[in-house]
Write a protein of this length. Structure first.
Length: 276
């Protein structure tokens, strides 16, 4: 059950609106929706500094700004950690706070604290399918592939309509296993073309499967979403994927798809020529 914030009626309604905007963002995944949710949650914690859930959500959204390369937040990792720790301080039983902590410690490459936060998160309510999926995803990113896979499987069996990044978790798992056909099954379920992860992972898997025409189309989409992808992709994936083997498979698939400095220069040149 969601804990209702303290305070007067106006503050309570504003806080609930902020939570609603958080969940709206989780559906649309746009930079604009993220900024609206962040603004609302910042106002909510200002009105009620003891609202743990709002602090936890805010910390998570600061990190999303980094994950999705929106670059609207200054020092998103540091600010996200402050928010998550404050949420835990206020309410040690706030499950969302430990979810945010696990995600943030992953980006700090603090595997020990990440796994500890995952265990604490699950222990608070071990019957939440959404939490199984979220923590399963983080486990896979941390290199705990088998345990993460089991949690993700349990999550989609109880709720097959989870967020798109559950599918991303399965793609990571099957890329690590070098099972590219099954990875393709899951990558086709990802439908967030406005986010760089959609064309990036599709191009990667298609590259491994030698589907060069499809891969090339996705590389063009990636180039529109991410400046200089040939150099940026490695930085992005290594910021939170702790398995060198997984990162190698992602980069190998993208190279097979045609992602390299020369091909990207050609794409940029063609884009520039089309504007003249």
């Amino acid at each position: 059950m969601m804990k209702v914030p303290d305070g007067n009626h106006t503050n309570v309604m504003e806080s609930l609106d902020a939570v609603s905007l958080y969940y709206h963002y989780q559906k649309v995944w746009s930079s604009e929706a993220l900024q609206k949710a962040i603004n609302a949650l910042e106002a909510a914690v200002k009105a009620d500094p003891d609202y743990a859930l709002a602090w936890a959500m805010l910390g998570e959204l600061y990190l999303d700004d980094k994950v999705l390369a929106f670059k609207k937040i200054k020092n998103p990792l540091e600010e996200g950690l402050k928010c998550a720790l404050r949420a835990v301080n206020i309410d040690p039983k706030c499950q969302h706070a430990y979810q945010a902590l696990a995600w943030i410690y992953l980006f700090y490459h603090n595997r020990e604290e990440c796994l500890k936060a995952i265990d604490q998160c699950i222990a608070i309510n071990p019957n939440s399918a959404d939490v199984w999926g979220a923590m399963g995803f983080v486990l896979i990113c941390a290199g705990e592939f088998d345990r993460g896979f089991i949690l993700l499987q349990d999550a989609i069996q109880h709720n097959p309509y989870g967020p798109h990044w559950f599918n991303v978790g399965f793609v990571f798992y099957y890329l690590y296993k070098k099972d590219f056909q099954t990875a393709n099954h899951w990558v086709e379920k990802i439908d967030v073309p406005q986010l760089l992860w959609d064309p990036m992972l599709k191009a990667c898997v298609q590259g491994h499967l030698n589907r060069t025409e499809d891969a090339g189309k996705n590389l063009k989409l990636l180039n529109q979403l991410l400046p200089d992808p040939a150099n940026q992709v490695k930085i992005i994936i290594e910021s939170f994927l702790l398995s060198n083997d997984l990162n190698k498979e992602i980069l190998a698939g993208l190279r097979k798809a045609g992602l390299n400095s020369e091909s990207q220069k050609k794409i940029s040149t063609l884009k520039g020529s089309s504007l003249n």
